[in-house]
Design a binder for this molecule. Structure first.
Ligand code: ADP
Ligand code: UVW
Ligand code: MG
Length: 414
């Protein structure tokens, strides 16, 4: 390996977030996002942060981008305009967020044909995410066949979950035959944020127990004891757990039988209903917390009920993970909602004073990109806002993996 740059691709079902980083100092050279892939009005926003000419203006482009292959090629073109093209000898590796790694992948992994086949085999349990991840990998391989491509799995951090937390109480043979268990997702974020929270408390990760609340469009909670995940709210797929932007989270599984038998819906229709038309959008027609807060301020009852359902579920998970951990040092809020929505943080811990949890209204109102405490100074359990950085974490893990090969034979894509 010669270069020190890593390109990180975080491919979602209809978007790609990307960052080019220089790992000699973990600085970001360029960042961007392609949204609404597959629609007529796809949007690419690219921001060069450190080129030979310094930081540049953000560039935006709107038009049809058919799929993740076209999206990544458009990203490569934007990078090339800034002299940061994928053909650069400075590029050491490309790191990919892969959402479902099953039980098999516990570590970042150099991608070869066998790894690709396993990611493909897992599509049925991550139908929104793994296909996009695969396309991102294949396109990146085609653009730079000589470079190591590394997969960093959302599930990896959760593979430490003990069996009582990871197993569903269903027939053991059936579960094992179909590999049905709780895998958990957003692990890169839970790992990063739990470590950053320990740092904020001035402690080592091994010394602290943290409840991490990753509240983005997808949302999950995790219980982290001494740096290891012991429980998390997402399960076989990213549908279980908290109320999300478009996903229901926990429901009685019999809702599905009922909708099929009595409602006459097909399995695919129910899948779409629970994954894409439920959660906040199903409850009130909006999945963006900013819009929901605006409607609540205008006295909208439907938005208020959606918010209250969201908070009720969140509070239940805080209580559950308090019980799982026994001792909690901190509760950390992260991702789009967790980092920005002060009313969500306030409501989630309201009334939990007997558990030692409280939020200081003044501190909670402060806007900042830095990790910070928002609990009163004398709080027994600290409440923190800790911005996540999945891309930096993926770049760090990717670079560490390829650096291990520095004096050995370099890892190859294929
Ligand atoms: N200023 C804000 N106030 C409240 N909520 C916000 C704010 N900014 C973003 N959000 C919420 O964050 C969500 C996106 O979170 P993010 O972590 O980027 O999600 P994802 O990675 O799943 O796309 C938005 O849908 C919105 O609900
Ligand atoms: C796993 C998952 O839910 O990811 P995202 O939040 O990116 O949709
Ligand atoms: Mg996210």
């Amino acid at each position: 390996m010669s270069g020190t740059r890593v390109l990180v691709l975080n491919s979602g079902s209809s978007s790609v977030k990307y960052q080019l980083l220089d790992m000699s100092d973990s600085s970001r050279l360029a960042v961007g996002l392609v949204e609404r892939i597959g629609e007529q009005s796809s949007r690419l926003r690219h921001t060069p942060l450190a080129t030979e000419k310094g930081a540049g203006e953000s560039r935006e482009w709107t038009g049809p981008i058919a799929d993740h292959d076209a999206a990544l090629k458009a990203v490569a073109e934007e990078l090339a305009k800034d002299g940061l093209g994928l053909d650069s000898p400075e590029l050491a590796a490309i790191g990919h967020r892969v959402v479902h790694g099953g039980k098999h992948f516990t570590e970042p992994t150099v991608i070869d044909d066998a790894v690709l086949a396993e990611i493909e085999r897992l599509i049925p349990v991550a139908p929104l995410h793994n296909p996009a991840n695969l396309t991102g990998i294949r396109t990146a391989q085609a653009l730079r066949p000589d470079l190591p491509q590394v997969a960093v799995f959302d599930t990896a951090f959760h593979t430490t979950m003990p069996e009582p937390a990871a197993r569903y109480a269903i027939d053991v043979r059936t579960a094992d035959e179909h590999r049905i268990r709780r895998y958990g997702f957003h692990g890169t974020s839970h790992a990063y944020v739990s470590r950053a929270t320990a740092k904020l408390l001035g402690k080592a990760p091994e010394e602290v127990n943290v409840i991490v609340l990753h509240l983005g469009n997808g949302a999950s909670a995790s219980a982290v004891r001494g740096g290891r995940c012991v429980d998390t709210s997402m399960g076989l797929t990213p549908l279980e757990g908290l109320v999300m932007g478009t996903r229901s989270g926990d429901t009685d599984p019999a809702v599905i039988f009922h909708l099929a038998r009595v409602g006459g819906m097909s399995i695919d229709e129910i899948d779409t209903l629970l994954n894409k038309k439920s959660g906040l959008i199903g409850l009130c027609g909006d999945n963006d917390m900013r819009e929901i807060r605006r409607r609540i301020d205008e006295g909208d009852e439907q938005a208020k009920l959606a918010f209250d359902i969201y908070i009720h579920r969140l509070k239940k998970y805080i209580g559950a993970y308090y019980a799982v951990l026994g001792r909690v040092d901190a509760v950390a809020f992260t991702a789009g909602v967790g980092e920005n929505a002060a009313p969500v943080r306030e409501a989630a811990v309201a009334g939990l004073e007997t558990l030692g949890l409280a939020v200081d209204a003044g501190l909670n109102a402060v806007r900042s990109d830095e990790p910070r405490l928002i609990s009163p100074a004398d709080a027994r359990v600290k409440v923190a806002v800790v911005p996540t950085d999945e891309e930096l974490e993926i770049a760090t893990q990717t670079y560490a993996l390829v650096a291990r090969y520095r004096n050995a034979a370099p890892p190859r894509g294929n």
